[in-house]
Design a protein around this ligand. Structure first.
Ligand SMILES: [Fe+2]
Length: 304
């Protein structure tokens, strides 16, 4: 089974600026660099949570999901191969690239490149202390889906994700374990990355992280607030050169896996967006930033 989002890999046109943003301001830890790539970690054992690669246009290189065991990796690869819309990019194998582990890649039904891995290297990391505004890892990723029903069917049947809740028929939240969502799809005119959310230690650290960004001169795109669906807090910021949106979050609802959960359908209104009611309205500028541009990485797996 899938356990969590291990990392996201992004292609960025200005890797110096993007690294500056995510390392110095967002407070990820520099793990290493190699030819045109930068690896950034967080307060967790995963080798990295964000990979940046220099590319001509912004693009999503990889969505990397963690599986519990090698047998899970093999099973998921088998389901991809059997799915009419799934395409294997690489077979499961032990890998020596950054992070190592047993992994494979595939193209999903909309052309996103997804990696599933297990038994990856464990990194010696520094724990996040109380009051520290460094992220502890990736909480979740939201994807804009040009074909939401197809993406939903694919991720349920191939990856075994479960539906937690809906916002009308425009957004669906998916879980693998106890957390309300590790992935969500939102109906969009094109396929692209909506945002990547990074977990903070708690509410205090979440607000400190938000304030630290503001002191560094970054105005929040949207937030701080608390989502009505999933109950997680949010402050969204935009990396200026690539346009990719990152979220600070904490406090997400947990669902007891031993109890039946019936997905709810929320209305698309201000209360659903922000139950606290303190965030600025989600206007068209916010929506446009989260919608992004059509992903130039679709159907083209990254060369590395
Ligand atoms: Fe989010």
């Amino acid at each position: 089974m899938i356990t969590h989002v291990r990392s996201v890999a992004l292609g960025v046109p200005d890797i110096v600026a993007a690294r500056e943003f995510f390392e110095k301001s967002w407070q990820l830890d520099l793990v290493g660099t190699d030819s045109g790539r930068v690896f950034l970690g967080a307060g967790c054992q995963d080798s990295h949570v964000l990979r940046l690669r220099a590319t001509a246009e912004p693009r999503v290189d990889l969505l990397c999901l963690a599986a519990a065991t090698e047998a899970d990796v093999d099973e998921i690869a088998g389901r991809v191969a059997a799915h009419p819309l799934g395409r294997l990019v690489s077979e499961p194998a032990t890998c020596t690239d950054e992070g190592g582990g047993y992994r494979f890649r595939f193209l999903d039904c909309e052309g996103r490149t997804v990696e599933v891995s297990s038994r990856t290297e464990v990194r010696a990391f520094r724990s996040v202390e109380p009051g520290e505004s460094r992220p502890t890892g990736i909480s979740h990723v939201v994807l804009n889906a040009g074909d939401l029903p197809a993406s939903l069917e694919f991720y349920r049947s191939v990856l075994g994700l479960k539906v937690s809740d809906w916002v009308e028929d425009i957004m669906v939240f998916l879980r693998a374990g106890a957390f309300h969502h590790l992935l969500a799809f939102t109906r969009a005119p094109h396929t692209s990355l909506n945002h990547v959310a990074f977990e903070l230690r708690g509410i205090d650290e979440f607000m400190r992280a938000t304030g630290d960004m503001m002191r560094k001169g970054y105005g929040p795109l949207w937030g701080p607030g608390r989502h009505g669906v999933g109950a997680n807090t949010f402050t969204y910021f935009q990396e200026p050169t690539s346009g990719f949106v990152a979220e600070y979050t904490t406090g997400m609802l947990r669902i007891d896996p031993d109890h039946e959960w019936i997905p709810r359908v929320y209305p698309a209104n201000a209360q659903t967006s922000d139950s606290w009611g303190v965030a600025s309205p989600r206007d068209e500028a916010v929506s446009a930033s989260l919608r992004g541009c059509p992903d130039t990485g679709l159907w083209q797996p990254p060369p590395v």
